[in-house]
Design a binder for this molecule. Structure first.
Ligand code: 5AD
Ligand code: SF4
Length: 442
């Protein structure tokens, strides 16, 4: 008899992809997915802990599962991923939610079906957190959300220890996947109908640094670019410290690498960057931006910014706003600094009061949205190629897709176009989306 599972994913694309893999593993073992959480026999929360807010969301969802579990005692409630990989978290969760009967971290998701079997067979909960990654080189199945685009992990972990960041503690040290394995996976995906791949890693620019032979991210990109059938290649996340100017030429000379670059800057102040342990300067960052724009004039630049890092003065915050005004990003994720247990910055003096952080975020966002609209306006009257991703979130009668530069485009069209690349005439630019009309010939 088939059992039903429901996975709720929190956090980044890496987690989204992990959830696709876990769904694939479950589907191999007599489980089928359900969209209705109430009818699930197994509920799994794949968690994030990058900021405190991400953790509160998980805890609040867990709280709401209490009633479901009371109604259906056979329900298995699992929590996995980054939050669970933190030290001493299991007792805390059990204290608040004793009904949780499965917990595992980021290193042992391949064992999920075995854990479920153990729980079903012996009626005992399973809580297993391991330090060593046992799945990096395994070929795991994935039940992908979209047939036409796919995530591909190229490396796991991070060695950088930015002082605010918990990722190196919960995702371990950098491990690159073998180039041949990645190429084989992309070829398989293309044979299965994928036309876009998103290469994932916490720090893709240091891909291959852990190998004896010198294989670089640029080499990997070039090889993927030559795979017949691939239309769009995206990657994230780059680090300004490791981003090589050689990569700009690779992107420029490639046929399929998208003209968009997500390059987190975090702050525009050299002093703050130093205390964040980012290992680049504002000047180096601007140099990369300049070189990128010169080589690829239509490139869309996006970034991540943290406001209210411990000790950030008003002047230092102003330097960030000034950098935003200098670069004029296409888009950005802006965050209020959140203290994370075990990180260096947790102990830094001069933590900034929440009110000031909120006020700085607001000022920063005003500047960011102005630039987003500025760049979008340039698309008005242009004809762009859009990969149709699905129905628009806000209007079922409209389609939504993305340009090569990552802009969301909303337009009217037949759902049969989903998964195809079509030409759209852009009629109106808004701050976060472009509206358009399908070109007649499509
Ligand atoms: N507080 C706020 N933002 C953070 N990020 C990482 N750690 C923190 C933190 N402690 C942001 C960074 C990173 C993005 C993924 O999340 O900007 O690039
Ligand atoms: Fe975190 Fe820095 Fe590593 Fe990115 S590079 S995952 S911000 S430690």
């Amino acid at each position: 008899m088939y059992k039903k599972f429901f996975i709720q994913t929190f956090g980044c694309q890496m987690n989204e992809h992990d959830s696709e893999v876990m769904a694939g593993l479950l589907e191999e073992r007599f489980y089928i997915p359900t969209k209705d959480i109430k009818e699930a026999d197994f509920i799994l929360l794949n968690t994030c802990c990058i900021r405190e807010k991400a953790e509160s969301k998980v805890l609040s969802m867990l709280g709401s599962l209490k009633k479901l579990k009371a109604k259906k005692p056979s329900l298995i409630v699992g929590v996995c991923g980054c939050m669970i990989q933190q030290k001493n978290i299991v007792p805390k969760i059990l204290h608040a939610c004793p009904f949780v009967n499965l917990m595992f971290g980021t290193n042992n998701m391949a064992q999920l079906p075995d854990y479920l079997e153990r729980i079903e067979k012996y009626g005992q909960p399973v809580y297993e957190i391991v330090d060593e990654d046992s799945s990096a080189d395994l070929k795991l199945p994935a039940s992908r959300e979209f047939p036409f685009k796919a995530f591909v992990n190229i490396m796991y972990g991070c060695n950088n220890f930015c002082t605010y960041c918990i990722v190196p503690y919960v995702r371990g040290r950098e491990r690159s996947r073998k180039k041949e394995d990645i190429i084989a996976e992309v070829k398989e995906l293309v044979a299965d109908g994928a036309i876009e791949v998103m290469l994932l890693g916490q720090n893709v620019d240091s891909y291959g640094n852990d190998f004896k032979d010198s294989v670089s991210f640029a080499d990997l990109l070039k090889e993927i670019d030559d795979i017949p059938g691939i239309e769009r290649i995206r990657f994230m996340t780059s680090h300004p410290k490791d981003f090589s100017l050689e990569l700009i030429d690779v992107i420029k000379n490639s046929k399929h690498i998208c003209h968009s670059l997500h390059l987190p800057v975090q702050s525009g102040s050299n002093e703050v960057l130093k205390r964040m342990n980012r290992k680049y300067t504002r000047e180096r960052y601007l140099e990369i931006v300049h070189a990128m724009r010169e080589a690829i004039p239509d490139v869309a630049l996006t970034t991540d910014i943290i406001v209210g890092f411990p000790g950030e003065t008003e002047e230092q915050f102003q330097e960030t706003v000034d950098l935003v005004e200098t670069v004029g990003f296409d888009n950005a994720f802006s965050f209020i600094y959140s203290k994370r247990p075990g990180t260096a910055a947790e102990k830094f003096e001069d933590q900034i009061p929440l009110e000031i952080k909120k006020e700085r975020l607001q000022r920063l966002n005003t500047s960011l949205s102005k630039w987003s609209l500025y760049h979008n306006k340039k698309y008005e009257g242009q004809n762009v190629k859009v990969l149709v991703e699905g129905l628009s979130e806000n209007n079922d009668n409209m389609l939504s897709g993305r340009t090569d530069t990552g802009k969301t485009v909303i337009f009217q069209g037949d759902p049969s176009l989903i998964g195809k690349i079509v030409n759209v005439d852009i009629t109106t630019a808004q701050t976060w989306v472009l509206k358009g009309k399908l070109e007649e010939e499509n």
